[in-house]
Write a protein of this length. Structure first.
Length: 267
């Protein structure tokens, strides 16, 4: 079985700056990290490999610096890593991103004999774009079933059995077979830290680069040209919250607070 893990490199800060001229994120000088849920996806791939045997492959679309994220995933224990990187991929929306990932996975699948014996694992959502669209769109492109919000995964006699979070408290148990795409929640596991050996070994492995030519991608389907969405404006909303500092004894402060809450019709 092949397991493809989709890994996105994201800014490692909660507040990003936006260039007002170009409406794009200012990434210079900002540390980057693996999207947190993608670490859960890597961990799940490694757990599945240990339990059932599999070949684990990390795949990312991004600029050359996204190699760092793949290198970290290799250090955690993935077998191989591919970076889909090309100026032609820049400016991709979720549709163009998932199309590029689809081309990457199908190109890699061409070499394998058991072409249906594979699993794709994504994070449920990325902390920067936050749309949760890439996993489902990628499954559609691959023409395989998808199960989102996965918090438990098992393989039994060739059957895939997953638990999926549903409406908060409820859990749905779903059975399907490979190939399938799942997107995982952070509750699925606790990602491991790379060991020293893992880090050293990761530098002995090559992160393989694939361009739009390697993927035989048509320019109208990738990058900004292939994007159906158009960003009109990006801005950080102004914080409207006011604060009130209460002074006096505890009793006086409690009375002032109750008065204010009544005034604002909150009690
Ligand atoms: C018009 C437009 C232009 C844009 N231009 C740019 C740009 O120039 N530069 C830029 O960085 N962003 C750009 N974006 C944002 C870009 O669309 C998203 O970063 C990207 O499509 C992923 O969407 P998301 O972050 O919502 O991922 P989600 O759908 O929330 O991610 C879910 C999961 O999908 C997988 N995944 C998502 N993205 C990738 C990836 N790249 N590689 C591997 N796996 C992935 C991961 O497993 C992730 O956990 C643009 C968006 C629009 C609409």
């Amino acid at each position: 079985m092949k397991i493809f893990v989709c890994i996105k490199q994201v800014p490692g800060v909660s507040e990003v700056r936006i260039d007002p001229e170009t409406n794009t994120l200012i990434r210079e000088g900002i540390p980057s990290i693996i999207n947190p849920m993608d670490k859960n996806a890597v961990e799940l791939a490694l757990e599945i490999k240990k339990k059932y045997g599999a070949e684990t492959i990390g795949i990312s679309m991004g600029p050359p610096q996204a190699e760092e994220a793949l290198r970290e995933a290799l250090a955690m224990g993935l077998d191989e890593a591919y970076l889909l990187t090309d100026r032609a991929f820049a400016g991709a929306d979720t549709l163009a991103t998932s199309h590029t990932l689809y081309l990457g996975i199908s190109t890699l699948l061409e070499k394998f004999k058991e072409r249906d014996n594979y699993l794709v694992i994504c994070g449920t959502q990325a902390i920067d774009g936050d749309t949760a669209q890439v996993g489902p769109e990628l499954a559609e492109e691959l023409g395989i079933p998808q199960i989102t919000y996965v918090q438990k995964f098992e393989l039994q006699d060739g059957k895939v059995i997953v638990e999926r979070a549903f409406r908060g408290e409820e859990i749905v148990v779903i059975e399907t077979k490979l190939p399938v795409l799942i997107s995982v929640l952070k509750d699925v596991n606790e990602p491991r830290y790379p060991t020293l050996d893992g880090i050293v070994n990761s530098y002995e492995k090559e992160v393989k680069y694939l361009t739009h030519e390697d993927l035989k991608a048509k320019k109208q389907n990738i990058g900004l040209t292939g994007s159906q969405t158009e960003v009109w404006r990006i801005f950080v909303p102004k914080r409207k919250g006011e604060h009130l500092i209460l002074e006096g004894s505890i009793e006086e402060r409690v009375n002032q607070l109750c008065e204010k809450l009544r005034e604002d019709k909150l009690i």
